[in-house]
Design a protein around this ligand. Structure first.
Ligand code: GUN
Ligand code: ZN
Length: 436
């Protein structure tokens, strides 16, 4: 019993989409989470579990314990270029992002940013993420080494972009070889996973897109991660480049890139045909509301997505996104959905930021729900993190408190973050025991 520890407090999780299954909302007002070697071995009302686990060393946590957030789409090399003013997607990439990513050719720079990035995830209660690095294999090694040291569940893969600008382009040959080497080096090591990552349809040749499909066929255990139908000018350029494709998704499909393990960021401008194809293939969309607002890309169509029933999760999309906080991202998902007439309920928004994103990334059996057998990654939310939050949530129902956290909350509302049952961020102390 020596490695067993318990956490007592208010616990909330949403393991399935509450639109389909209202019983998916699981809440213990005075709960106990029992963890053995990083794995949840019991969870329930304290009163029900006290007799069995009363002798286990128990930490009382003030606040709302929720599963660690899962960021389904984020770019670590862009964190220092968040809030770059003035352009929509294609011009923003040229002016701000491509020059910034060139610096990741240098390993020391990648190491420094990867470290700062993982700290920022943890400060925001995010314990798992699907991450874009840069075209440089170095940038993948830097991120995975830092994530391995922290024991975090991170999925990433070298960006393929043989049509990228000078200084940021690989070749079909180097892209193929380096991807295969990186899969062998990293996939399945610790809690790490690999994603074959063509940047988007416009930055890879047909040959490289074909290679990406062949890599997926040879490694069915990895993910496919790319961007899809984010911006109107981007969609027009894709239609011009691939005149034979029925739509943007079909351009990927023709190279074998659409399957159950495919994660597409954005999907703001989707045809009904591509929505049906997403649903039929099991692929899904990482919805990135703060990014879509920041770059003027538009509002994700929740009504259309629900009508077709494809997988969805939430992504911060730093650095086009404007916050690492998945609370803030969930609040903007609500606002984006409402702009098209479909309000998202706060439990559903929590689902999207946790188990929904985890399902999209095929890690829902490990994280996102805090069910027995899962990994004990969780965040502790403070409903009184700011004077306004405290006033708004005083005497409020659970749904009201959760919604207030999503609309008013951000990193300030994360009092603790735990990774495999170890405290990785403690706001009061300004650090976590896992800080390395
Ligand atoms: N499409 C291709 N590259 C990018 C990127 O870095 N960010 C966003 N938001 N969209 C992209
Ligand atoms: Zn992106």
């Amino acid at each position: 019993m020596t490695s067993i520890r318990a956490f007592r407090g208010e616990i909330l999780s949403v393991a399935r989409d509450p639109r389909d299954d209202p019983a998916a909302v699981r809440h213990e007002a005075d709960g106990l989470l029992v963890v053995d070697d990083g794995i949840v071995i019991a969870r329930g009302a304290y009163a029900d579990l006290a007799a069995r686990f009363g002798q286990v060393p128990t930490e009382a946590l003030a606040g709302l314990i929720v599963p660690g957030f899962v960021d389904a789409h984020v770019h670590y090399p862009q964190m220092d270029h968040i809030a770059s003013h003035g352009e929509q997607l294609l011009d923003w990439l040229e002016r701000h992002i491509f020059p910034a990513e060139q610096a990741f050719a240098e390993r020391a720079h990648a190491d420094e940013v990867a470290d700062a990035f993982l700290r920022e995830l943890l400060r925001n209660g995010t314990t798992s993420a699907l991450v874009f690095p840069t075209v440089h294999a170095n940038s993948v090694d830097a991120l995975f080494e830092a994530a391995l040291a922290r024991g975090m569940r991170i999925i990433s893969g070298k960006v393929l972009m043989d049509l990228g600008p000078d200084g940021l382009a690989d070749t079909p040959d180097s892209g193929r070889t380096e991807t295969a080497e990186l899969i062998a080096r990293w996939h399945g090591r610790g809690r790490l996973g690999y994603a074959v990552t063509p940047r988007f349809a416009l930055t890879s040749s047909d040959e490289q897109l074909r290679d990406a499909g062949a890599l997926l066929a040879a490694h069915p255990e990895v993910l496919l991660h790319t961007h899809l139908a984010e911006n109107v000018a981007e969609c027009a350029a894709v239609a011009e480049r691939f005149p034979e494709a029925q739509d943007y998704l079909d351009a990927y499909d023709r190279f074998g890139l659409v399957g159950a393990r495919s994660v597409f960021a954005h999907g703001v401008h989707l045809s009904d045909r591509s929505c049906a194809r997403l649903a039929q293939s099991g692929a899904g969309i990482a919805i990135c509301p703060s990014s879509n607002l920041f770059l003027g890309s538009g509002f994700f169509n929740f009504g259309q997505a629900d009508a077709h029933g494809f997988r969805t999760g939430l992504g911060s999309d730093i650095g086009a996104g404007t916050s690492f906080s998945m609370l803030h991202t969930a609040g903007l998902a609500y606002q984006a959905a409402l702009a098209r007439g479909d309000p998202v309920d706060p439990f559903r928004a929590l689902y999207l930021a946790t188990a929904g994103s985890a399902a999209l990334l095929h890690i829902a059996d490990r994280v996102g729900s805090l069910e027995v057998g899962a990994e004990a990654d969780f965040a502790v939310l403070d409903c009184a993190a700011t004077p306004l939050l405290a006033r708004r949530t005083a005497g409020a129902s659970l749904a009201e408190r959760l919604f207030a956290l999503q609309i008013l909350g951000d990193d300030r509302a994360i009092s603790r973050t735990y990774v495999m049952g170890d405290c990785a961020w403690d706001k009061a102390a300004g650090r976590g025991s896992l800080a390395v």
